[in-house]
Design a protein around this ligand. Sequence first.
Ligand code: ADP
Ligand code: MG
Length: 322
Amino acid sequence: ENLTNQIAAGEVIERPASVVKELVENAIDAGSSQIEVEFFDAGLKKIVVSDNGSGIAADELDLAFKRHATSKIATERDLFKIATLGFRGEALASIVAVSHTEVVTSSDGISAVKAEFAGGQKLSSETSAGTKGTKISVSDLFYNTPARLKYLKSPRTETMKIVDIVNRIALGHSDISFTLKNEGKILLKTVGNGNLRQDLANIYGRFIAQDMLEVKQADPDFTLTGLISKPETTRSSRNFISILLNGRYIKNFQLNKAILAGYGSKIATGRYPIVVLEIKLDPLLVDVNVHPTKEQVRLSKEKELSRLITTAISSTLTSEQT
Ligand code: ADP
Ligand code: MG
């Protein structure tokens, strides 16, 4: 059981940024309006994610940390219309398998339960007074899987991956206030008032944000909204393109291509725009159950969506010129 957990943990939890992603997605699923992430030593010493969401009831805590325990899916049919970010029930079990984890959570805002886990085992739990929400602290990541540690890049790169994932998740949820701290220093703070342009200003800078163009396009299947840079504002990497599908940050080569096609020859090869594109669609049209990290998805109408994206971008750029 423990070994299975450690092997499976490797698929979901590759690096500190994976812990951050899973914990933040859980906080979002819990209906939080405020989420704070703090990390130390590129996330290897400690990662703390606190939220003001629903909390976990004391009698459900043990289950939440077991593999394939999810409160988000009740029936097999639910698997085909996933509205939450999580659903596999793997993240918490995977995280506690490869770290020292402490959780403090309260679902009623009166009493809280605090529990400690290490290497997949629960070490202790006690109750105290507490405010509603959840705080999960993950220390000594991969302390018992030294091979994993060897795969990690430099502390600088691992730190950038944490910052990158929090930025992108924040952009997909401008109605939630995010704070990101590295060893006490604030790296990002969003207001949480639903203003995407303001969030972009916080992340990429005010001058870039104020110049970005608004995209709005819909057909019976898809609704596209977002902000895109003018062709003259480009970057040398595609890392500044963020695609969010029903609030989930995804990686999709075809949709990236569709965005670039919308810019066409206005952008030189090897240059990339800054784009935040939010796609809303019926969950029935997307299969997120393709890969444990859920970053890859299968779309039923990918061609149609690609065409809509290209049209939306090129018409936004054209109407700007006239
Ligand atoms: P999944 O998100 O796929 O359901 P996880 O292992 O990430 O699986 O979480 C297991 C369960 O623990 C969730 O289904 C949820 O009920 C509970 N949970 C985890 N994090 C939180 C949180 N921050 N607030 C409230 N409930 C949480
Ligand atoms: Mg989850």
